[in-house]
Design a protein around this ligand. Structure first.
Ligand SMILES: Cc1cc2nc3c(=O)[nH]c(=O)nc-3n(C[C@H](O)[C@H](O)[C@H](O)COP(=O)(O)O)c2cc1C
Length: 154
């Protein structure tokens, strides 16, 4: 399977999550990690499953590295029909806007025609756990559910 991990971060947590996902998935798959700041419409390919890892900053806003990507989607409005993606949001439930930054990316991708697959993963920083552990568990479950779906389709 081919994965593109697209991360949006302000203070680096989502980037370390992306690094761990590359290590986890890279043993059996082709995996590329891209900061949203460096992403273009071509980063989103129907040949790869897009894993979007994005935090929330300000009051429910996008993290700094996700802002150019959101602007690109808003201005270029690429047709994302055929693109499949899964979401993992980093946030803190002590904010009323828990995980809202990731949802802002999710809403844009789906409005442009992309299809979200699997469970919407989230990490809540208020419980003191590491986002990396939650993300690895999410990714293992995601890959397991995709493998099952493929086996059923065969
Ligand atoms: C100044 C600041 C504002 C934040 N605002 C929110 C917020 O509105 N909603 C939320 O769910 N989390 C919020 N968070 C929590 C971050 O999303 C969380 O710490 C995340 O792990 C940061 O990931 P990053 O280092 O990749 O940016 C905020 C954190 C900081 C430091």
């Amino acid at each position: 399977m081919k994965f593109v991990i697209l991360y949006g971060t302000e203070s680096g947590n989502a980037e370390t999550v992306a690094d761990d996902l590359v290590d986890e998935l890279g043993t059996d798959n082709e995996v590329e990690s891209v900061d949203m700041t460096d992403a273009s419409a071509e980063t989103l390919s129907p040949d790869a499953l897009l894993l979007v890892v994005c935090s929330t900053h300000g009051d429910g806003g996008l993290p700094a590295s996700a802002v150019p990507f959101a602007e690109l989607l808003d201005t270029e409005r690429p047709d994302l029909t055929g693109i499949r993606y899964a979401m993992f949001g980093l946030g803190d439930s002590s904010y009323e806007t828990y995980s809202r930054g990731s949802e802002r990316i999710d809403e844009r991708l789906s409005a442009l025609g992309a299809t979200r697959v699997g469970e919407y993963g989230r990490h809540d920083a208020s419980d003191g756990s590491l986002p990396n552990d939650a993300a690895l568990e999410w990714a293992r479950n995601l890959v397991g559910s995709l493998d099952e779906a493929q086996a059923v389709a065969r």
